[in-house]
Design a protein around this ligand. Structure first.
Ligand code: ZN
Length: 317
């Protein structure tokens, strides 16, 4: 019996979003692509997500032995934390990784240290548990533009920096889709209104790079996709407008942190300004849930975005 908290959404084209149940409902997605009886996961959440992903296979009538790939957009733990554990249940799957990410899944020691630095040790263990390594023989390092065949369907690795230097997206021509990881920002379904989808960049430490973030948006839009699948959270379709909003908000975030460059209480000031920014923009977007609800939805992002923006600022001269 599938677990009660299995939340899946089918989008056609053999694409299903599976809620990894990290932090809150509809925060973090894994995507399952099924073609001619073969399957691939794109991102996988954390260790606690693994039973849900296996339940999703049951409900899709896919045998774990028929999963050919675990495609990992990057090695941030909300995307790849459960990868080592999941691979143990997928006997024939290869884990496809960016060359800069692969070493950290084969030996996760640095990844764990980095995540503990960002989240603090207690929070880290609560969210991620013990990160398991992926045996090197089961890792495929993807080149830029490299094609992976899934039951005859092509999934293509596309390097996109800006969010992380170890990030790639997967272009799916059959569905006119790109699985964007964190390279096309974050768009929570709770913030959908009559005006449509709301999007903003995720500037998590330690690789945020504004010019590259802009370039990644353009690279993704260059495929003329009909739909994008974000890890946070799943499908968006108003792509021209969202690309414009995302470009503007990358610039807005850079201006926001730069404005507080010489502040004595910089972190607190950036936090406060970012909250004000979000509340203003989300209200303008027609969200009627109130400021408290907005804070609940974007609170974690404000903390991580602030950290990443300050880190970026400190690298500038
Ligand atoms: Zn990330």
């Amino acid at each position: 019996m599938p677990e009660a908290n299995l939340r899946m959404t089918d989008y056609g084209d053999g694409i299903t979003a599976i809620d990894t149940d990290l932090l809150r409902p509809y925060f973090d997605a894994s995507h399952l692509v099924v073609e001619n009886g073969r399957a691939a996961f794109i991102d996988c959440g954390v260790n606690d997500s693994v039973p849900l992903l296996l339940d999703a296979l049951v409900s899709k009538n896919v045998d774990p032995a028929d999963v050919d790939y675990l495609l990992l957009t990057h090695v941030h733990l909300d995307h790849a934390g459960g990868a080592g554990l999941l691979m143990k249940s997928l006997p024939n799957a290869k884990a496809v990784l960016h060359p800069r990410g692969a070493p950290h899944m084969i030996d996760p020691a640095k990844l764990i240290k980095g995540a503990q630095a960002v989240y603090g040790e207690n929070e880290y263990f609560r969210q991620y548990g013990n990160i398991e390594a992926i045996p090197e023989a089961r890792v495929v390092v993807a080149g830029h533009g490299e094609e992976f065949l899934l039951g005859g369907r092509v999934l293509q690795s596309i390097y996109t920096e800006g969010h992380a230097r170890h990030h790639h997206c997967f272009y799916d021509a059959a569905a006119a889709a790109v699985f964007t990881g964190d390279s096309f920002g974050v768009s929570y379904r709770e913030l959908d209104t009559d005006k449509g989808e709301f999007i903003f960049p995720t500037t998590t430490p330690v690789h945020f790079d504004p010019p590259e973030a802009h370039k990644a948006i353009d690279t993704i839009m260059g495929f003329e996709p009909r739909q994008l699948f974000l890890t946070h959270y799943s499908r968006i379709t108003e792509l021209q407008r969202l690309a414009t909003d995302l470009h503007r908000r990358v610039d807005d975030f850079v201006k926001l942190v730069t404005r507080h460059a010489d502040s004595e209480n910089r972190t607190a000031d950036v936090h406060a300004s970012m909250y004000d920014y979000f509340i203003h923009e989300i209200r303008e977007h027609g969200f009627t849930g109130g400021d408290h609800a907005i804070r609940d939805i974007i609170g974690k992002d404000v903390v991580l975005n602030t950290m990443g923006l300050e880190f970026w600022l400190d690298q500038q001269h």
